[in-house]
Ligand binder design. Sequence first.
Ligand SMILES: [Mn+2]
Length: 208
Amino acid sequence: MLFQTKNQEETPSRRVHLEGADLLYYPNFLSEDEADLHFTNLQTELNWKSFPIKMFGKMVEQPRLVAWHGLPEVAIKYSGVKIEPSPFTHTLLLIKQKIEAELGLKFNGVLCNLYRNEKDSMGWHADDEKYLGQNPVIPSLSLGAVRTFQLKSKTTASLKANLLLEHGSLLIMQGETQANFKHQLPKTSKPCSPRINLTFRQIIPHLV
Ligand SMILES: [Mn+2]
């Protein structure tokens, strides 16, 4: 088709229909081989850390490992704690460049989450921090075990979606998605192997 770019033919995407959200899903953004290789390398390359959080007045470990990588100026506040970025690694740069080429956008940081098994999770939240700017474009790359990603409207209970995020897939959250919706990655009862999720961000340093 004339209006289709070469890129879109190579990495087909589909819209996720959810009123008030703007979601684009590429099931095979990476080939199986690329995804396998990146998954293995990221497990050892990244600066994975366990972050404590306060729950019901007690300090507990968050149910996942986290790494923040980016340009030197993009320290962020994560769960109320300021974290300085580790540099982009070789694998992160390869993935970042591929996403930037597809979207025609630049990103200066990437939040990495490692869900070690079915018990690891992330609770309901929106990526709506001021330092991400209004209506941020957030590409979310998934590697490893398939997990269910859930979205729910901040105001309308009937507006919700469950998405299975596959190995090598890319979900783009953009437009008013963060303004109108929260998202989470619930734990599951079925045993599962590790999953790595990379969410790329364009941080506005003076707003952190
Ligand atoms: Mn998020």
